[in-house]
Write a protein of this length. Structure first.
Length: 423
């Protein structure tokens, strides 16, 4: 969720204080038919990119019939390629390094696999690399994403590929800019963007990828730039509206993926609630999309919990029994509401910022991972490359893996991650 140098300061404590709210999800949203030309000023929710020139997967792999529940257990522990393909510094291939991280190499991915990491989440932003009129993804960008995904697949890793950072931060300017926003005013533009985006992703990643590739619909969909970005007010109409729109967006993306057929008909797809917060997912307003393929959906949540220990600067440096109880409550509730009902959970982002308190952080990781694994959850470590403390600033020090040297800054934390996977 957090990434260094991102514009704005997020009040993440609100993750855990989202209020109850109600809304109904649309269950009949389906992708619109293809059109290659814009016939009107507002073409509606239609495909606009040229399918004839789109990158299409030509591989052929058998998709294993293992359930999503078993697959998530097999994914064990993961790591995020943070501040890299998700960077939005510019529209060129150089955007990969615009947030200060090195260009990804095969050696980096090999090093992760050799460390025992079984899953890599590859946060990817797309809007900056799309034509604003036709929504065509720059083929060089798509090739670069595929290259990194393929390196991980070749190493036997699971890969989570998503749409990251395309939640537009100034909805007043839509639809002049490409992206999505969870409100009615921008819903047509948002769905047009998501339809075109996910059709191209699904075409590029299909029969050549088995169950080791998981699609994640969105990262942290939310009301960016408002007082409700992280704080949900059950009496605010814009919050109810956002929840309803997100349900529709998740449904549209799932339908778009399924429509491409092949292995994507069976692909595991993970979906978040608002801001990917556990409280939002646990609220009755959140609806998992309807899927004709049974047992293929996964819930995605992010947990930097408890906020005062895991994220806040300066916050708290000691991991207490109260903190354990807070974590335990969330794991138990996620199990009761989703896992026990056949929907596995991936914690797509988690971590505790460096406060020069390695012993307490190891305690946090040990507890977090053993408890989440007890319920069969997979947890993916957020890594933005920043680990050094300067001027007693502990903000977003989520650097763990030295990508240049293929070593770990805190091997004790890696040990805790690997230990949690042992039966």
């Amino acid at each position: 969720m957090k990434r260094l140098f991102k514009v704005g300061v997020f009040a993440l404590a609100a993750f855990w204080t989202l209020a109850l709210f109600t809304a109904c999800a649309s269950k009949d949203k389906v992708p619109a038919k293809t059109t290659q030309t814009v016939q009107e000023e507002d073409p509606g929710v239609v495909l606009l990119f040229d399918e004839a020139t789109a990158i299409k997967d030509t591989g052929s792999k058998t998709f294993n019939g293992v359930s999503a529940m078993q697959t998530v257990k097999d994914m064990t522990v993961g790591w995020n390629l943070g501040n890299t393909l998700d960077a939005i510094g510019n529209s060129t291939l150089n955007s990969e390094t615009s947030w200060g991280q090195p260009r990804t190499t095969k050696e980096m991915i090999d090093g992760l696999a050799n460390s025992g990491i079984k899953t890599i989440r590859i946060p990817t932003s797309w809007a900056k690399h799309m034509d604003k009129k036709t929504y065509t993804i720059n083929p060089e960008w798509m090739k670069r994403v595929k290259e990194i995904v393929d390196w991980a697949i070749e190493d036997g890793m699971y890969v989570i590929l998503n749409d990251h950072h395309d939640n537009f931060n100034n909805p007043a300017k839509m639809p002049a800019c490409v992206g999505y926003y969870p409100n009615e005013t921008n819903k047509v533009e948002s769905e047009r963007f998501l339809l075109n985006l996910w059709t191209q992703i699904a075409l590029a990643f299909n029969d050549g990828y088995d169950e080791h590739l998981v699609f994640e619909t969105l990262n942290e969909p939310r009301l960016v730039g408002t007082s409700h970005e992280w704080w949900f007010d059950q009496n605010a109409e814009e919050c109810k509206e956002a929840a309803n729109c997100l349900n529709e967006y998740n449904q549209l993306i799932l339908d778009t993926i399924r429509k491409t057929g092949g292995n994507n008909q069976k692909r595991y797809v993970s979906c978040p609630g608002l801001a990917a917060a556990p409280d939002a997912a646990l609220n009755p307003a959140f609806k998992m999309p309807q899927d004709d393929e049974k047992g293929k959906l996964i819930l995605s949540v992010h947990m930097y919990t408890p906020y005062k220990f895991a994220m806040e600067s300066p916050g708290m440096t000691t991991f207490t029994t109260g903190h354990q109880a807070e974590l335990g409550k969330y794991f138990s509730r996620l199990n009761a509401s989703f896992i026990s009902k056949g929907i596995p959970v991936i914690i797509g982002e988690m971590g505790a910022t460096n406060k020069d308190n390695i012993e307490e952080r190891v305690k946090w990781f040990n507890y977090f991972l053993t408890q989440s694994r007890k319920y069969g959850m997979t947890s993916c470590l957020w890594d933005n490359g920043a680990w050094e403390i300067r001027n007693n600033d502990f903000n977003e020090k989520y650097g763990f893996y030295n990508r240049r040297e293929q070593t770990w800054y805190f091997p004790e934390i890696l040990d805790a991650m690997i230990e949690s996977t042992k039966e």
